[in-house]
Design a protein. Sequence first.
Length: 409
Amino acid sequence: MYLLIGLLWLVTVIGVILFYVVTPYLLYMTVRWFKAVRRAGKDKESPREPSPFLTAVDRKRIRSIIAVVIIASMTVYINQRVKWMGEDNANLKAKEYYVSGQVLNSFRSILTTFIHPEIPIMSPLHWLQLAIYNQGKKYLPENDGEIGVWQNQWFHYHYSKKDRAELFIMNSRPTETMRVRLDQWWGSLESMATGSYADKQMEEEHYYLDFTSLTMSYFLCEGYYASHFAGSAHKLALMPKYVERARLLSEWLWELRNKWQRSPETMEFIKKNPKLEAMYLYVLQAELTQYLQGTINQHQFRCDNIAIERYVAARKQFVEPDNGTAAYKRMKSGEESKRLYKWSVDNGQARSIRYVLHHYCGIEVAGREDNSRYAEWAEIHKVTVDQEAENGAKANFQDEIKILEEQFK
């Protein structure tokens, strides 16, 4: 029964893909035929029979396109069945929907590599994917993290893989659509992090390896919860809801590394892909910083907060781990490596939290900032470059420093 339903969805998916692939060629044929008719009409001295709309070559090409689409779709479908419907897998009723949906998702992934997911032409594909998702998730236990995995793969990944925000954001001002999308991303993160997994392969291959990327996308777009993206870090630190989310995310990320270490396959993957570890350590620091900034504004900052201990450990692991070379230094892209280092150590939030930990808690953190950009202002203000850099860190946390000065007298 469930196999039959899955196959019906597969047939629907193949039909929709064929429509998307064959239609452009039919449009080309239509334009070509109109041009031929127009040329024939202009040649009054030697009238010719208008070219046929469908030639033998066209029939051959269309048959070839159909064959390629069907073979490619069936190949993806069979591979997905072999991978996700073995004896070691679980939620097999739901998997009938999942393997058919993966065929559609593969086609969408190709398209969204080049075009934005919100271009109107993508809407039918999105709604078909949503229909498969809504039917399939009925057969997943409510507390199973696989629900979040499906959400991430089928909907959120098409944004996160290119760090895409909403298509029509103007002047960095969010719309309700963007906030809804962020809430959906949050729901996926929460499901993956807190759910149990009947299918351990799904847990290791998707939760363990995809959670960091979605967290990064959520963090980079989180400022759209504020009234304006620019300067949103301080605004979010005043909102208890998002301070609590930062705390939870930092907890889930901290637990994730422990889960990685229980999986030799995952650790081997991370060893071969240092970018994942570098991203993980950066976004863990970022969420801890956001949470600590929130505790200051809530007048709950304490130097013995475990979040500080974790921040110091994550930053040290990012900059100078006890064993081996730092992950960011092993990344293939030097440009991405430098950007992650700057975000982790040398941006405004990192400088400010470093100042707070040093000045009020006597805690030092790893990493060296580049203060050369403060040289000109230091000369104007008649102070040293390091003093000017420190003043900048304090200015970025101006309101937070006032609270801390009162707290620490």
